[in-house]
Design a binder for this molecule. Structure first.
Ligand code: SF4
Length: 412
């Protein structure tokens, strides 16, 4: 296990650490809020009440705000609100304009630049919504949106049309109608609660929903998508974990993008969930100058395993309006996947996917490992570029004679 250190000690700034150093667990500390009592600091309601939500607060805490960030923050409340918990704010390196934490949560003027191929609803969710707050795109599972609020707002959010309600979407889930739809559709065996962030609901409200869903005989599997362990680990209380434990099988997908987000506080929160028997997966979004670097991504994925979280997906950033400055290329994504498979523990290797623009669902994208297939063999390459053959008839039946001498295909 890595050692725990703190960022309060005037050590090496977070932005220039080696990947080994990135895997160390550090506390976010109280930083700017050192005068606040520990009990307040560790209270998730205190954290929510004291979020940074205005340009004035941001300028006071971060005098190094760039003109682009200043202008972006002025406009943010017309598109996607600004909100950052004090805990998460402490992870920002104010001296680094390109700080990977800063890029994710501080608005920039570029958010107002929209290309013709960018969309407000890039996954086509509204077109697959039979009742408000429910998305039914795949036959056996539904997305159940419970709220439009998050602890902090990610500048590349694929649901920025509705989260924070800055652009007037006026999201009003209708829990009774959502549950009735699931009850009446026996093909639905998997319900993913998302939003916004479901863990912002009180324990009582969340339990009310989980118990009603658990009471539907054909619902086998419940999932919660949340960024709370990263933005607000104080919310993962023993009481919440004890409540979640009553609704197994219940999985949790967290959303972490960079190893610095995995602090001692986040690790301990994830440990409490794991101890409650909640299987944990992570979804990262591939982001320009955040995690589009093979060493940073590998450190992040390995660190997730140290937190008992299985890396599940890396998403190509959706074509959300105003996100071009944050989108890394698909080429870069494939290059990163190439640097992972075979080079680290298989458990650390997620699936890289593009959510097909307009609502086509997740399409896995990976480096090419099958080089050719013919009548009696499949030609494959391994992570070192070495070529191998696997004897197999074209129709998949077993082969009883030795395949012909192999000619290696000409490879670029
Ligand atoms: S936590 Fe999730 S839903 Fe909320 S702003 Fe970030 S990406 Fe969007």
């Amino acid at each position: 296990m890595q050692s725990d250190t703190s960022w309060d000690s005037g050590e090496e700034p977070p932005s220039c650490r080696s990947s080994d150093s990135l895997k160390q667990f550090r506390s976010a500390g109280r930083g700017f809020w050192s005068q606040v009592s520990l009990s307040d600091w560790n209270d998730w309601h205190w954290q929510l009440t004291h979020r940074i939500t205005t340009l004035e607060q941001l300028e006071r805490l971060m005098p190094t705000l760039t003109p682009e960030e200043h202008a972006g923050t002025q406009l943010a409340n017309h598109k996607l609100a600004l909100a950052i918990t004090p805990y998460f704010f402490n992870l920002i390196d104010p001296a680094d304009e390109n700080c990977p934490i800063r890029r994710q949560v501080i608005p920039r003027l570029e958010e107002t630049h929209t290309a013709p191929w960018e969309m407000a609803d890039p996954c086509g969710e509204d077109a697959h919504s039979p009742v408000p707050g429910l998305v039914h795109r795949y036959p056996d599972r539904v997305l159940f949106l419970v709220t439009d609020r998050c602890a902090a707002y990610c500048r590349y959010c694929t649901r920025s049309r509705l989260v924070s309600n800055a652009s007037g979407y006026d999201f009003h889930p209708r829990f009774d109608d959502q549950i009735a739809y699931i009850q009446n559709n026996k093909s639905i065996r998997d319900v993913l609660l998302s939003g916004g962030d479901p863990l912002l609901l009180s324990d009582e409200k969340l339990e009310h929903l989980l118990s009603r869903l658990r009471a539907i005989p054909h619902v086998e599997f419940l999932r919660i998508g949340t960024r709370i362990p990263v933005f607000l680990p104080q919310r993962i209380t023993p009481e919440l974990c004890a409540m979640l434990k009553r609704y197994h099988p219940l999985f949790l997908s967290i959303h972490s993008n960079h190893p610095r987000e995995l602090t001692t506080e986040a690790r301990d929160a994830l440990g409490r969930l794991a101890d409650a028997g909640v299987p944990l997966g992570n979804q990262s979004v591939l982001l320009r100058h955040v995690n589009d670097d093979a060493a940073v991504m590998k450190a992040h994925l390995q660190k997730l395993l140290l937190c008992r979280v299985k890396p599940y997906y890396i998403y190509q950033c959706d074509l959300i309006a105003g996100s071009a400055h944050l989108r890394a290329s698909v080429r870069k994504g494939i290059e990163i996947m190439e640097s992972l498979r075979g080079h680290t523990t298989g458990y650390a290797v997620p699936t890289y996917v593009i959510d097909a623009p307009g609502g086509g669902g997740k399409v896995p994208v990976s480096p090419e490992y099958v080089l050719s297939r013919n009548a009696d063999r499949v030609i494959i390459r391994n992570y070192e570029g070495k070529i191998f053959e696997y004897p197999e008839a074209a129709d998949g039946t077993p082969l009883f004679r030795a395949p012909k001498e192999i000619e290696e295909p000409a490879l670029a």
